[in-house]
Every structure is written in C-alpha cells, then in structure tokens.
Design a protein around this ligand. Sequence first.
Ligand SMILES: [Zn+2]
Length: 260
Amino acid sequence: MRQAILALALACAASGALADDATHAHAPGSASHWTYSGTSGPEHWAQISEAFHTCESGRAESPIDIRSTKKAPADTPRIQFSYEPVPVHLLNTGHAIQFAATPGKDSVTLGDTRYQLVQFHFHSPGEERFASRASPMDLHLVHADASGKLLVVAVQFVVGDTPNPVLGALLDDIPMNPGEEKTDNALLVNPLGLLPATKSGYYTYSGSLTTPPCSEGVTWIELKEPVTISRAQLEAMRGFYDHNQRPVQPLNGREILEVD
Ligand SMILES: [Zn+2]
C-alpha cells in the first residue's frame, strides 16, 4: 500500500513538473492528481479541479463510439501528412508513454491550415470504439495550428506476426518511471512508420482531449486501416500502461463524417 501511494505521488509530481511544458498536451496548467480508476478516475475528474469542469459539463467530448456515420461531401479537404525523421525524445508522463516532436519539423495539412506535430502517445486498450469495439492499443498524434487549435490523428493497432519497426526502436528507449524522459539525438525515427499504408480512409468529427482538462474544439481524424504490431510489442507497451482509456462519451447529436 505504501508503495502504491508513493507511486501515485511520483506520478502526480511528474504531471506537475511537466505542466509548463507545451509538449505536454495531456494536462496543461494543472498539477492536479487524476487517474484512470477509483476516486480520482474519469467519473471524478471534474471534481478534482475547477479547471477540469469540461470533463463533466462538456457536450462534445472524446472518445466516442463510431457507429452511425455520414459520407463526407466530395469537396471536403483531405488530410495530407508531411512527416520526416526526428530524434527520439520520450517521456513517461505518469499517464502514458509520450514522444515529444521536434518543433517545426513534422506537420499535417487540412485545407489551408497547417498543424504542427506536438507529441504522440499511446493508449491501451484503444480509446475510440468502432461499432462498440476497441482495438488492443491506439496511437494519438497531437497537432496544433498557429492559433493553438488542436487536431489529433488516431491510429489503431492489431496484433499480427510482424513487429512494427518504429515501435520496436522506441521500446528500447522508453523511460521506466513516471516523470522520466529520455532523449536520443543519434536515433532518428519517422512517425510515418507508425501510420498505415492507406491514410485516405478515415472518420472525422469534433471532440476533445480525452484527458483532463478535456478541452473541446479538437478535430479528430480516425484512420480506418490498422497497423500491425507483434504480441510481444503489445505486452511490452502494456507493461508501462494498461487501461489508460477514458470511457466512451455521448455524441450529443454530433455528426461523424466518413472520408474516402
Ligand atoms: Zn490520447
């Protein structure tokens, strides 16, 4: 029990230490303790801090269950990826394993707007549901435009025979303890290697951060084609974080567009 309390304290201290870091999109501006279960779990996030009220009062929250969708109009802008290899900079945030992107390098474009990649991180199981089913693990690539508006690309993983080379490279460098980070300037990885071959098929809707403060106005791009990882890779990632998954949030009339 003492160990559990100490671990929790360390995890929360880590959140506080990272709160001023612009790359830490999960809990900007707050050192408040939150977790994925018990009295500080998702049902209680809004009570933990005034800054987290949107987690309860929000009407356009994420993740969602993608069930009923509508074909996007033909003139809907398609996402374009512009990723290149960047040095490894990994953080163990206390809530997820996170990769801090190199500022000004990787980006996506949607219509006339360019969104810079800020960070990417993993959830296990995956947070979004497809016809009520979650994948064993997902990847959220968090981007911001010049005004700070967020766009998250979500990638689902499936377990197969072939390990993913980029995930394999990252696994060797993941810091063990909450609050730790590790930079390896000699090791370059291209986040494109964590994306499926087909990037043109996706669902898109307006949602929120899936962690406190649950801020809304986030454009979500949910790629349809999954990426294969090995059973050993999934187990290794689960060794760091398992069940860092927020429950499904009500749609409240929001439309989910299907882009071909
Ligand atoms: Zn996420």
